[in-house]
Write a protein that binds this ligand. Structure first.
Ligand SMILES: [Zn+2]
Length: 251
């Protein structure tokens, strides 16, 4: 069967232009296709990973990622942060994801999110296969700056932090997944992601340095790795970090 070439015109809205291959190019791209293709594949061929796309309209009608293109089409592609209240039933991304798997390059973001109480694992060794496996097995959102990985067909929820700076990335993740109301600082182990529980001083006495024994009364311990936390000098720095996030998020 002979297929006739056809033209698709894609316009990317909001910060999706961040992903387009020609930086600074117009947000509208024309492609000539020689055979039919899913709208997801055509969008990703422009550089935009599907977990970043919240709404796709073809000739003014909302569609899902599997819609097959086989004739001239005008396609609008929107990110998550553009509000479409009238199109709520057609939005493609979930909000309120609270559990994540982060790739190893995002170590400081991982620690920041744990500091704020969020469940973030970072498996080692963090090869792509392992990250995707943990994501699927534990139903986690994927945090990565590897856009090829984010485009993998098995990724349901994911996010590509735009900023290179961990504190800005942290705010981006909280905004993208609307997590401000769920922040619960100092209840998760920064080292291993285990949850912390309050413990009696007597229970941890033997593990404390002499001055810590004298000056501090309240302790929390990681249920997983056993690390002990208390309000020592390091605590003021962590509290300042938390307050910094609160002010950036206007909480
Ligand atoms: Zn721990």
């Amino acid at each position: 069967m002979i297929s006739h070439p056809f033209t698709v015109t894609l316009t990317f809205f909001g910060d999706l232009v961040f992903f387009l291959k020609c930086r600074g190019a117009a947000p509208t791209i024309q492609r000539v296709l020689k055979e039919k293709a899913s709208v997801k594949d055509v969008i990703e061929a422009c550089g935009v990973p599907h977990p970043e796309v919240d709404l796709v309209m073809i000739d003014g009608t909302p569609v899902n990622f599997s819609r097959v293109l086989q004739g001239n089409s005008v396609i609008e592609v929107y990110p998550v942060d553009v509000t479409h209240t009238s199109l709520k039933g057609h939005l493609l991304q979930q909000r309120h994801i609270t559990k994540f798997v982060a790739d190893g390059h995002l170590g400081k973001l991982t620690r920041n999110l744990r500091l704020l109480g969020f469940d973030v694992v970072s498996p080692a060794p963090a090869d792509d296969w392992r990250l995707l496996e943990v994501m699927q097995d534990e139903n986690r959102g994927l945090l990565t700056r590897d856009r090829r990985l984010l485009m993998h067909a098995v990724v349901r929820d994911g996010f590509y932090p735009r900023s290179q700076y961990p504190d800005e990335q942290t705010v981006e993740v909280i905004c993208r997944f609307q997590l401000s109301n769920l922040i619960s600082p100092f209840w998760r182990c920064l080292r291993c992601n285990g949850s912390l529980q309050e413990v009696e001083k007597g229970d941890v006495m033997k593990d404390l340095e002499p001055l810590t024994r004298i000056y501090y009364e309240r302790f929390r311990r990681c249920k997983d790795c056993g690390k002990i936390y208390w309000r020592g000098s390091h605590f003021d720095k962590l509290r300042a970090r938390v307050e910094g996030f609160f002010s950036k998020l206007a909480i």
